[in-house]
Design a protein around this ligand. Structure first.
Ligand code: CMC
Length: 377
């Protein structure tokens, strides 16, 4: 019997993350996401995912140095980004750019553990610069050189906006990266593993993952949330009316529901907390207030309708990113900046214990037909 959407199918083992969907809990390598988001940086999470333990200070300093020194784009990549159409979808631009990075790596096909670790650091360093540089070029601004002394979150906000972000903004961005770094066998990670399972190279696997993350049911949902918030704002009807009408018409309220969680996504809880602080600093709580109103109606309605549909990670990330000055159509690319750490960690696992991933399908088409000459069909 086929499982539509592979729901409930366990396709392999991992030491990276586990989700308790009923309790609304998420762990990375044994650590609760709440603990990590409050107490460690994105770089520490990268080390944790790649090495199975948190770094000592000297190890963290070395990783920060390596990431910082590998953020600058080679001139050919800058030329390539300049040639992209200005109205290109940022995820399509990122997918193409990451694929192109592989062309310039003479070791692209080396899938030894050492080469994979080197490339994991390189891609984690390059992706934020690619996203920010594409954005500056399409806005008619000159790209800025990365600042190796800054952490990933601070440097990304600097490269994007052309000025150093406040400590609150950097802390919020960093925690958002931690929350999005890893999430078990999600669609994009699965797709990266399928590509690696053929012993194709790491750049191809990450390119597959970016193409998969791009869809509105996965990484693209945070963009859809912002579209929805704007639509409600401009509709002239109350959030309650809008939500009820959408549900009655069989539509989906973006940022709600999840294949695995049957409780509030713990990442949504954290983002809601972070939103308060960053909005207080910016003095603009409009999107957050609107999000809270939608959430209240959804809570009430889902309870009435007996459905376990709760806010997911994308629901509050939309308003948080907007307040951080990140344009709406870059949200999924920001997700990719974080998730490249989880993807590469899964790829280290996949290559180390590889078997071709090749499921089967249940054939429901006809049988026993014979070919008729073309004139008689
Ligand atoms: N609004 C209203 N109803 C919903 C929603 C929603 N957002 N999500 C699910 N439902 C209902 C759906 O209509 C269905 O009802 P019924 O059984 O009466 O037909 C039921 O819940 C089950 O839905 P499903 O589509 O079978 O569930 P799924 O596991 O295939 O889909 C999902 C999960 C995330 C695709 C879906 O909840 C959805 O489309 N949500 C909106 C998009 C979204 O926010 N996506 C981000 C996911 S989290 C980020 C990530 O991990 O990438």
């Amino acid at each position: 019997m086929a499982s539509k959407g592979l729901q409930g199918v366990v396709i392999g083992q991992t030491k990276l993350a586990d989700i308790d969907g009923d309790a609304g809990e998420l762990i990375y390598v044994g650590y609760d996401i709440d603990d990590l988001a409050h107490h460690v940086s994105f770089e520490e999470v990268c080390f944790l995912l790649w090495n199975g333990r948190l770094p000592k200070q000297a190890e963290l300093t070395e990783l920060q140095r390596q990431l910082g020194s590998q953020r600058a784009l080679r001139p050919e990549m800058l030329e390539l980004l300049r040639a992209f159409p200005r109205d290109a979808d940022p995820m399509a631009a990122l997918r193409t750019a990451v694929s192109a990075l592989g062309l310039y790596d003479s070791d692209a096909d080396d899938i030894s553990d050492e080469a994979l670790r080197r490339k994991s650091i390189f891609l984690t360093a390059q992706v934020p610069t690619l996203v920010a540089t594409f954005h500056r070029l399409r806005s008619g601004a000159e790209p800025l050189p990365p600042r190796p002394e800054l952490g990933t979150a601070a440097d990304f906000l600097y490269l994007l906006n052309g000025e150093e972000a406040s400590a609150t903004r950097v802390k919020t961005m960093d925690a958002a990266l931690v929350l999005h770094a890893e999430h078990g066998m999600n669609a994009s990670t699965f797709s990266a593993r399928v590509t690696a399972g053929t012993k194709s190279d790491l750049y191809s696997a990450i390119t597959s993952a970016i193409g998969t993350l791009k869809g509105p049911l996965h990484g693209g949902a945070n963009v859809e949330v912002m579209h929805m918030l704007r639509e409600i704002d401009e509709s002239g009807v109350s959030p309650r009316e809008w939500v009820l009408r959408t549900l009655d018409e069989g539509g989906r309220v973006m940022g709600f529901g999840h294949r695995v969680y049957r409780a509030v996504d713990p990442r949504a809880k954290m983002l809601r907390e972070m939103a308060d602080e960053v909005m207080r600093e910016s003095g603009d709580a409009h999107w957050l207030e609107l999000s809270d109103q939608i959430r209240a109606v959804m809570d009430e309605e889902m309870q009435k309708r007996g459905k376990k549909i709760y806010p997911n990670v994308d629901f509050f990330s939309a308003s948080v990113y907007t307040t951080l000055g990140i344009p709406m159509d870059l949200f999924s690319a920001v997700f990719a900046i974080a998730r490249v750490s989880g993807w590469t960690a899964h790829l280290l696992e996949q290559y180390a214990n590889n078997r071709l991933i090749r499921p089967e399908s249940e054939y429901i088409g006809p049988r026993g037909l014979t070919v008729e000459p073309i004139a008689q069909r």
